[in-house]
Write a protein of this length. Structure first.
Length: 122
């Protein structure tokens, strides 16, 4: 996958997680798969609103939908671990960049505040 494609994929994930109800749905699904109705009830949302949120989460790839064999009308939602791994990878790269920048800044400050030999002899 190209760098631009990876960036677009992460943008989609972050956009899907921008809404508090969707973030909470992801947290709940982290505990295990749930029916759409259960999620709506747990989040205190009406079914149409929950459906809209689940559609966005499915489109981003964060959530997968399945149907139990006993009743194809029932929709069960679960997290897609692969998409969460993509997000974790992006966060790890971002953190590594900040860690490098902060380490360089620290080295600069330490070097700048280190007493020079000429100041000691004065």
């Amino acid at each position: 996958m190209s760098r631009a494609a990876k960036a677009a994929a992460v943008d989609g994930l972050l956009a899907a997680l921008a809404d508090p109800a969707r973030r909470r749905a992801v947290e709940i699904l982290g505990e295990g798969p749930r029916r759409a109705g259960e999620l709506a009830q747990m989040l205190d949302l009406d079914p149409p609103a929950m459906s809209r949120h689940l559609r966005i989460l499915r489109q981003s790839g964060l959530v997968a939908e399945t149907h139990p064999e006993f009743d194809q009308r029932v929709r069960i939602y679960a997290l897609d671990a692969a998409r969460l791994a993509d997000l974790k990878d992006w966060l790890a790269r971002a953190e590594a960049g900040w860690t490098t920048q902060l380490a360089a800044f620290r080295a600069h400050v330490v070097a700048k505040n280190k007493p020079s030999k000429s100041k000691k002899q004065s």
